[in-house]
Design a protein around this ligand. Sequence first.
Ligand code: ADP
Ligand code: MG
Length: 339
Amino acid sequence: MAKINILDEQLANQIAAGEVVERPSSVVKELVENAIDAGSTTIDIVIEEGGLSLVRVTDNGSGIDPEDIPLAFYRHATSKISSGRDLFRIASLGFRGEALPSIAAVAKVECISSTETTGLGRRLVIEGGAIVKDEDHNAPQGTDIAVRDLFYNTPARLKYMKTIQTEIGHIADYVNRLALAHPGIAITLKHNGGLLLRTLGSGDRLQTFAAIYGTTTAKAMLSVEGEHPDYDLRGIISKPEQTRANRNGITVVVNGRYIRSYVINQSIMQAYHTLLPINRYPLAVLELGMHPSLLDVNVHPSKMEVRFSKEPELRQFIEQVIVDALGKQRHIPGPASGE
Ligand code: ADP
Ligand code: MG
C-alpha cells in the first residue's frame, strides 16, 4: 500500500466541487442563495453560453467585509453557523461554507464586494483555486461575482455538459422557482443579452407567478392558506381543470428554501385525488413555514432535499388545506379534520 497523505486544500476543493457544482445551474443556485442570505432586495443574473462561459450574479446585499473576502473562498468558512447547535436551527439558505471554494476550484472567479456605502471594497480573482489578483476596489455596497469558463480545468466534467439550451433551461427553471420563493426580491435573468425574467420585487407572489406563467394562468389560480400549531402554509394552486403533463409546475418552498419533496408532492396529489385526470398534475406554489428544528436540511450538499421530523402530521395538514381550498366535501380521516 502507498503511504496515506492528507490532500491539499486545492485538491480537496476540486473533489468537493464534483458534488456541489454539477452544472452551470448549480453555480447560479449557490450564488443567488448567497445573495438572498445577504439580505439583497435586487439580484441581477447574467448568463453567457448556458453558463459555461459566464455566470454573473450582482446583488445589493450586505457585502463581504474586505478582510473576509479571501476567507470566503476557504472550505468550511461560513458566517452563517458557528456551532453544532446551530445545525439544528438553520435559518439561512447556506451554512456549509463549501460553495465559493468549490466553484473557484473549477472555474475562473472574480469577486468584487463592498460593505460600505462609501464604496471602498476589494476585488479578488481566483483561477482553479489559486489567487491571481487581490486589490482594493471601489464598488457600490453589495457583491458582484463572475464565474467564467466553468470546468475549464476538469475536461471530464465539461464533456458531460449538455447543449446550451439544456443548461439555460435548468438555470431558468431554478431562477423562476427562486423568484416564486422570494417575491420580495427584484430579480432579472439575462442570457446572451436577452431578458428571460424580470420580477418587480413587490412581494406579490401572484404577480411573480404571472411573470413566469402568464397573466391568464395566474388569474385562474386559487389561493390557499392554513395554520397549524407547528406549520403555516400559504400559496396558490390551480383549479382541477388547469393541469399539466408533469410535476414541474409544482414549486414547494420551505422556510424560504426551494426544495424537492416527494412527501409534499404526494400530499398535494392526494388532495386533488380523483379531481385530476390520470397522469395530469396541478400547478402550485406552496410556501411552508415551520420552526427550523422540525426540518433537517443537511441531507445533501445541494440542500434540495430535506427531512421533516413530523411527516404524517405535515402530510395531513397540507392535504387538508388544499382540500379546503378546492372546496371539496371529501372527508379526510384523522385528527387534522377535527371531526
Ligand atoms: P455558505 O453560504 O454555506 O456560508 P459560501 O461558500 O457560499 O458558504 O459563502 C461563504 C461566505 O461568504 C458566506 O458565509 C458569506 O459570509 C460570504 N458571502 C458569499 N456570498 C456573499 C454575498 N453575495 N453577499 C454577502 N456575503 C457573501
Ligand atoms: Mg452559500
